[in-house]
Design a protein around this ligand. Sequence first.
Ligand code: ACO
Ligand code: ZN
Length: 176
Amino acid sequence: MEIIIEGPQELVGKDGRRYVLREFQIKDLNAVVSINRRVLPENYPEWFFVEHYMSYPKAFIVAEMDGEPVGYMMNRVEYGWSNIHKGKAAHKGHVVSIGVLPQARRIGIATNMMIRGMKAMKRFYGAEEVYLEVRVSNTPAISLYKKLGYSITGRIPRYYADGEDAYIMSRTLEDY
Ligand code: ACO
Ligand code: ZN
């Protein structure tokens, strides 16, 4: 099904379970903060989520199952050196954080949140390309991004607090 970029959209997961993709709302704050704490070591204060919501509301996506958030994707758009066209500046979508609770994984939720988030960053905020950082050991996430057409465009030594390196992965949004 075509992923839409405004309003709630009901989708059917690969296992037949239904879920809804929609924009983040302030009432989701506690749920999203707790998903982030459960699934990732990179945790942020509440104001950081609120700030992304206030600046890029159409690109802050929540996945809901049985009326409860089970996943989120938080984004922003920056202006700086392109990761794709070396020596040029570009509006770059930045996937700041994405996570899905274990019980809702492998049915396509992250894939569809990524598609919606990327479309929203292009359509509403002018992103021409998109990038993210990911732990070099995070095979599930790296495979997700590769399937979505990202490639590794850089590596940042000791990016994470525990000393692990990050890959920078990027893709153009020309085809989006
Ligand atoms: N092992 C291998 N490949 C995987 C795995 C896995 N455990 N999980 C997902 N993938 C790949 C597969 O190619 C999969 O397609 P397939 O199921 O047809 O084989 C593809 O990704 C799409 O999977 P989805 O079902 O769309 O992904 P899901 O909803 O399960 O969420 C996610 C993936 C977000 C990585 C989830 O595992 C998670 O929350 N992990 C912990 C948090 C995390 O690592 N977030 C990313 C950090 S980087 C950042 O935020 C920018
Ligand atoms: Zn980042």
